[in-house]
Design a protein around this ligand. Structure first.
Ligand code: AMP
Ligand code: ZN
Ligand code: FE
Ligand code: FE
Length: 294
């Protein structure tokens, strides 16, 4: 069966390798018909993506991915069908991206203090959109300190490593409310990553109360058994089972673009949810104050 839907992709607007138009071109080449662009803390790629998708007769779903930190790991929240041009929504994104710039600079400083010669200028050239650890990792790779992005995370910039600097602190509930403030639909990304399913089960009631509508059941490398468990969990909580590849470019994550089958029902249910929200005044969102930096 050919896949024709991918609801989780990244472009140069965050830490993907391909510009939005290039990504869409590749999506077309492999026969995708429905694509969501879900860059980290940025909707900067959406205009180009929408335009290119129009030319290629692809349905482009405007999305985002918000990374949040919890004890023992991270919870990433995807947002779909955003009314992303809302000024209040863009204002918050800008605060998050500015914090990512300062954080990137701090990571480079910490590396330099340990004699690792990577420059902020180079990181900023590699990062054409919102700055993330993968951009620092690529600079480390270019400079010959590591052989792979994964090695850079393991040795230098993963949680617990000396050059790790936290992002602007958001909770998963903050991310849900933030996405709702653009009339978007929040979905839990890759639910089996750390802190893991058992932890997640404890939070699901609270996350659903906050307005979570979906679970990324059909995620890139998840096995059939894992998908079954997630489907059951999604049904229990009346969550929409979504899915996608989390494609960032060749060789970065294990699944190629369009490499995971996603049922059309996921898109239908998201669309129905969006139709109920769109055009209404969304709930406002207030960003929690920044945590004092040391
Ligand atoms: P950041 O949001 O800047 O903390 O960067 C986190 C992003 O880096 C994640 O969303 C992934 O896309 C990517 N990432 C995290 N760990 C790894 C890894 N071990 N190898 C490659 N990419 C990773
Ligand atoms: Zn990423
Ligand atoms: Fe993620
Ligand atoms: Fe992602």
């Amino acid at each position: 069966m050919l896949n024709y839907i991918d609801l989780h992709t990244h472009s140069t607007a965050s830490d993907g390798i391909y510009a939005p138009a290039e990504l869409l071109q590749r999506a077309k080449d492999i026969g995708l018909r429905i694509v969501a662009l879900t860059d980290h803390d940025s909707t900067g790629g959406l205009q180009e993506a929408v335009q290119e998708a129009g030319k290629l007769d692809i349905d482009l779903i405007p999305g985002i991915e918000i990374n949040t930190d919890v004890a023992g790991g991270e919870v990433h929240v995807l947002g779909y069908f955003l009314e992303y041009e809302r000024p209040a929504f863009q204002d918050v994104l800008k605060v998050l991206r500015d914090a990512r710039v300062r954080r990137g600079q701090r990571m480079v400083e910490l590396l330099n203090e340990q004699g690792i010669a990577v420059s902020w200028e180079r990181v900023r050239e590699i990062a054409r959109g919102s700055v993330g650890r993968p951009h620092v990792a690529r600079a480390l790779m270019e400079a010959g300190y590591v052989q792979s992005i994964g090695e850079a995370f393991d040795k230098y910039i993963g949680k617990g490593c000396y050059a790790y600097v936290p992002r602007y602190k958001l909770t998963p509930v903050d991310a849900v409310h933030f996405i709702a403030s653009a009339n978007g639909l929040p979905v839990i990304a890759h639910p089996l990553e750390l802190p893991g399913l058992e932890e997640l089960r404890n939070w699901l009631p609270e996350l659903c109360d906050a307005g979570m509508v979906g679970l990324e059941t059909y995620y890139g490398p998840y096995t059939d058994e894992e998908v079954q468990v997630l489907r059951a969990l999604a049904e229990t909580y009346h969550l929409i089972s979504t899915g996608g590849s989390d494609f960032h470019g060749p060789g970065i994550h294990p699944t190629p673009l369009g490499g995971r089958h996603v049922p059309f029902e996921a898109v239908e249910r998201l669309k129905a949810g969006a139709a109920k929200r769109h055009g209404k005044t969304p709930p406002s969102f207030e960003l929690p104050p920044p945590v004092e930096e040391k």
